[in-house]
Design a protein around this ligand. Structure first.
Ligand SMILES: CC(C)(COP(=O)(O)OP(=O)(O)OC[C@H]1O[C@@H](n2cnc3c(N)ncnc32)[C@H](O)[C@@H]1OP(=O)(O)O)[C@@H](O)C(=O)NCCC(=O)NCCS
Length: 173
């Protein structure tokens, strides 16, 4: 990638091999994965494949999902995503902003801080005029993050492949 975004407490950067271990530990936590995809924890192999896919997206598109680390200690804490929500064809074309933070660091405002930077990048650097976030309606913490980012509810729908409910939040530039 070669692109870095800095916030008050965080650095958003490209993925490295060293991220696989802490990212896999985060993705193995049922509390973290409850409202994501099929709601199941991920194996190390699935996490490794996800990292490879994110790296590929950066190479192909020139943008994508950022690994997030603490500026002070350089510890990996999660990700701030920018991706096409292909799982929800009815809202395409669209670009989704997403967030995932390891359990022990919840409640410190890290997700909105990282996502705000990604949203700025999407509007200012990529020139997008809208971003969306697809959130399980019971995922109250994530809905709160969307609200903090100034996003509003655009529609309630269902993800067809999984038949799970999804609230689509959006924000225009
Ligand atoms: C969603 C997530 C990224 C939030 O990250 P975070 O860094 O803890 O975000 P915040 O510190 O802003 O805290 C979340 C907010 O939700 C609120 N919240 C948390 N749990 C809540 C609940 N069960 N009901 C209502 N509000 C809740 C918190 O009080 C906080 O709001 P506040 O600052 O106004 O008090 C984090 O919980 C996470 O990684 N979850 C698992 C992955 C996930 O679901 N990602 C989103 C997929 S759409």
């Amino acid at each position: 990638m070669r692109l870095r975004l800095a916030t008050e407490r965080l650095v958003l950067r490209d993925w490295t091999e060293d991220d696989v271990e802490p990212f896999a530990a985060m993705n193995a936590d049922p509390d973290v994965m409850r409202y994501i995809g099929d709601g199941l924890p991920r194996t190390v192999r699935q996490t490794r494949e996800a990292v490879e896919l994110m790296m590929r997206r950066w190479d192909e598109q020139g943008w994508g999902t950022f690994a997030v680390e603490l500026a002070e200690t350089r510890e990996f804490v999660g990700f701030a995503a920018l991706a096409v929500p292909a799982f929800l064809p009815e809202i395409l074309p669209a670009v989704e902003v997403g967030w995932r933070i390891e359990r022990r660091r919840w409640g410190q405002g890290l997700a909105p801080e990282a996502a705000r930077a990604v949203m700025g990048f999407a509007f200012d650097e990529l020139g997008l005029d809208r971003v969306v976030s697809c959130i399980h309606p019971q995922n109250a913490a994530s809905i709160r993050v969307a609200e903090k980012l100034g996003m509003t509810l655009e529609r309630e729908t269902v993800v067809p492949v999984r038949e799970v409910p999804c609230s689509v939040y959006e924000r225009r530039a």
